[in-house]
Ligand binder design. Structure first.
Ligand SMILES: Cc1cc2nc3c(=O)[nH]c(=O)nc-3n(C[C@H](O)[C@H](O)[C@H](O)COP(=O)(O)OP(=O)(O)OC[C@H]3O[C@@H](n4cnc5c(N)ncnc54)[C@H](O)[C@@H]3O)c2cc1C
Ligand code: FES
Length: 271
């Protein structure tokens, strides 16, 4: 993992993925080693307004002739993400990262992972899927969105799953594409049908993660949740991102996470 410092980066690509989400690719002039689940803190504009950086999961990292492309997918929800969406190719962006831990990807031959993403929780799950595919590790993918128009990178997901003979299960809340309903219900149907997973890795909105925590706990399935607690510093200083653990301790999610085994987390993630 690279040291915690700003990487000099420039915008390579900003492009829409859905009506609300866009891809941001940054070109760094040095190697970047990162694991799925890690994130970066981006300054949204030159200068100090807005003062605080914003946290975004990495969706992928790849080398090019010019350096390293760091890929992120952002949902525009407020001022910071709106400013980032308007950046022009070539614009400099201060990027602190990669930060935090990552998902546990290692599995033994014959084992299979369940990768579960909801909404803008997809970036670290896509990163994991492509890395697992490259290593020939088996997984099924459960990807949910509110409606068909908010599902994106479906061809990339399908290609990664196909490499390892995995199933890509798409779900929409309104039933406009794939299986109607939540990804956790789709996972539960596979478990009920006898499919076995060594571990579930998930990122998405809190209610989805809590539902997964409940399901995994009830079925004795190991699960890792990538939490998105609001972060101000990203390096364990401000304590704005604390998460309560099962033993009552409060720990900074940016340093001890953002990925936590559900068994380590306070009961609310399983209740
Ligand atoms: C580790 C981590 C990884 C993340 N990965 C991604 C990612 O890959 N893609 C992505 O689009 N977003 C991601 N987020 C969320 C992202 O940081 C926020 O959406 C962003 O900070 C909002 O900035 P803003 O200035 O546009 O909105 P603000 O004006 O700051 O907020 C607008 C709205 O978004 C809500 N909001 C702010 N932060 C969060 C948050 N952490 N989670 C949920 N709601 C929030 C606010 O409550 C408010 O309602 C991640 C957050 C964390 C902590
Ligand atoms: S964001 Fe400051 S301690 Fe985690």
């Amino acid at each position: 993992m690279i040291a915690r410092r700003d990487l000099a980066a420039r915008v390579a690509i900003v492009e829409d993925l859905t009506p609300t989400c866009f891809r941001l690719e940054l070109l760094c002039c040095e190697p970047v080693a990162a694991s799925p689940g890690q994130f970066a803190m981006l300054r949204c504009a030159p200068g100090l307004d807005p003062l605080l950086r914003r946290a975004f999961s990495l969706a992928g990292v790849r080398s090019t002739g010019d350096g390293t492309i760091v890929e992120m997918h952002l949902k525009e929800v407020g001022r910071g993400t709106a400013l980032l969406r308007r950046l022009a190719p070539g614009a400099p962006v201060a990027m602190l990262g990669p930060l935090g831990n990552g998902f546990t990807l290692g599995i033994a031959p014959g084992q299979r992972l369940a990768l579960v993403a909801g909404g803008i929780g997809l970036p670290p799950v896509l990163f994991a899927a492509e890395m697992l595919a490259a290593h020939g590790s088996a997984f099924d993918l459960f990807v949910g969105a509110s409606t068909a128009g908010e599902l994106y990178e479906v061809d990339r997901l399908a290609a990664a799953a196909a490499v390892v003979g995995g199933e890509l299960v798409l779900c929409t809340d309104d039933g406009s594409r794939g299986e109607p309903g939540f990804v956790t219900a789709a996972l539960q149907r596979r478990l009920d049908a006898g499919r076995a997973y060594v571990r579930a890795l998930a990122c998405g909105p809190d209610p989805m993660l809590q539902a997964l925590g409940r399901l995994a706990t009830a079925r004795g399935l190991e699960a890792e949740l990538s939490l998105e607690e609001p972060m101000a510093c990203g390096v364990g200083v401000c304590l704005g991102c604390v998460v309560e653990l099962e033993d009552g301790r409060l720990v900074p999610s940016c340093k001890e996470g953002p990925v936590f085994p559900v068994s380590r987390l306070a009961a609310r993630w399983r209740a």
